[in-house]
Ligand binder design. Structure first.
Ligand code: PFF
Length: 452
């Protein structure tokens, strides 16, 4: 492997790189539709509580493990304890399964970018446009291939740095544009009801599914329980504070998700009304709602085009880091060179991605556990494998290497680990027990044994 273990130049470099992986479609596309679906304010509240407790604990542990061992997930777990080597492989399955369907969504974003650029925005705002588009056999597959093709090209040529540089300029613009769109929609009639739904917790809407959905989203959005943060940690210099970096990433990632929700949920109320049917649209929510917002704006086609371009970059930095992770594992473990490893990962992702895309239309009658393919891959990674990886990571840190090992790593160079009490209790007891309970209920629910 080429000199991989170079370090980030400093705290800012680390935060930006980790945030680049964290901020993506998860924040802009996935968070708002889950928040809409699972009760608005109550979902937001549960999410924030989980982020500052579970999210904080796991991210601290993963980054510290990476920095302590100087290795990526597979090697790192093995170095900590031979019996836990399997955990690295389990974690590695996640990005391999996410990449294909992530790229299908990336394809939709690319299609919308082109639609708005070519003045088709009004068309995209009509009811039924999105549903018809994703149900087609050919077109979404082509956009998916374009998106994953760009991702693979960047990984093949090893020019991630270039993309990351561009995205570092684009990311803040995306945040500003999101805030602007959110403020714009809030002035529309009906939007205030959406704002209230989104920020005011309604405890009668609390259900077990709210917690499960929020937990899965937390892992997904913060790139946890899939080995990614371990790898990032392994590049981190010893004099950079892990704790304050984690706090920054958390605030950044959650902040962007929050504004994305603010941009989309009130718009649903303003344009279509806050009926249950409109709020439970799932993956299609962003694609059906935002074109209506742009269509109502002066120069909406241009604003829409800029918006989708920025989202495309956020999605690309994430898909690149997903593919890079899988490719580097194949290179390390099978001792393959970059090009064949990359082509193999591409081939696998294309096969799974095409199946996923067809699952929204011609194959929508084929269900796995009752899910169409896209929802199935989303469910199996976020609601099953990631919680399992998280629980075993907690057991490993809590009882085998002991929280002290992480605390010592965090406190290297005299930085104090402020929340170390919280960390120890969380990683030993609260996190594994709660995640286990959530996992069991979710599987029972998926199997139809339990109705929550
Ligand atoms: N955290 C990303 C998002 O929210 O879109 C998804 C992701 C990207 C996960 C890259 C993992 C990863 F390596």
């Amino acid at each position: 492997m080429e000199q991989k273990r170079s370090s980030f130049t400093g705290k800012l470099g680390f935060i930006l790189a980790a945030a680049g992986s964290a901020v993506g479609l998860g924040n802009i596309w996935r968070f708002p539709y889950l928040a809409a679906q699972y009760g608005g304010g109550i979902f937001l509240l549960v999410y924030i509580i989980l982020a500052v407790t579970f999210g904080f604990t796991l991210m601290m542990a993963e980054i510290a493990i990476g920095r302590k061992t100087g290795l990526s997930a597979i090697g790192a777990f093995k170095a900590l304890n031979k019996k836990f080597a399997f955990l690295g492989y389990l974690a590695a399955i996640v990005p391999a399964l996410i990449l294909p369907y992530y790229s299908v969504i990336g394809g939709w974003v690319t299609k919308y970018l082109v639609s708005f650029t070519t003045g088709q925005g009004t068309n995209a705002a009509t009811d039924g446009y999105f549903g018809e588009f994703i149900a087609e056999a050919g077109e979404p597959v082509i956009w998916f291939l374009i998106f994953i093709g760009i991702t693979a090209l960047v990984v093949l040529l090893g020019v991630e740095k270039g993309i990351e540089k561009v995205s570092k300029i684009m990311m803040p613009v995306l945040v500003l544009l999101t805030v602007f769109i959110a403020v714009y929609t809030l002035f529309m009639p009906g939007a205030i009801d959406g704002l209230i739904y989104y920020v005011k917790p309604d405890f009668s809407q609390f259900s077990f599914m709210t917690v499960l959905a929020a937990l899965g989203q937390l892992f997904y959005s913060m790139s946890l329980a899939m080995g990614i943060m371990i790898t990032y940690g392994s590049y981190m210099k010893k004099d950079v504070s892990i704790e304050s970096s984690v706090r920054h990433i958390e605030i950044f990632d959650t902040g962007i998700a929050f504004f994305a929700g603010l941009m989309i949920i009130p718009a649903v109320f303003a344009f279509s009304g806050g009926s249950e049917e409109n709020l439970t649209k799932g993956p299609s929510l962003m694609f059906e709602t935002l074109p209506k917002v742009f269509d109502s704006m002066p120069a909406g086609d241009i604003i829409g085009a800029v918006f989708f371009l920025l989202v495309l970059f956020a999605a690309l930095t994430s898909s690149i880091s997903l593919m890079e992770t899988v490719v580097s594992i194949v290179m390390d473990k099978l001792k393959w060179k970059r090009i064949p490893a990359c082509l193999a990962v591409l081939g696998f992702s294309v096969a799974l991605g095409v199946v996923t895309s067809l699952g929204n239309g011609v194959w929508s009658n084929i269900r796995v556990l009752g899910f169409v393919f896209l929802d199935f891959f989303d469910f199996i990674t976020n609601s099953v494998i990631m919680p399992i990886v998280a629980i075993i990571t907690c057991v490993l840190v809590g009882f085998i290497i002991k929280p002290k090992a992480v605390i010592e790593e965090v406190e290297i160079g005299g930085t104090k680990f402020k929340a170390k009490k919280l960390f120890s209790v969380m990683i030993k007891y609260i996190a594994p027990i709660c995640i286990f309970a959530i996992l069991v209920f979710s599987v029972l629910e998926a199997l139809g044994v339990l109705k929550v």
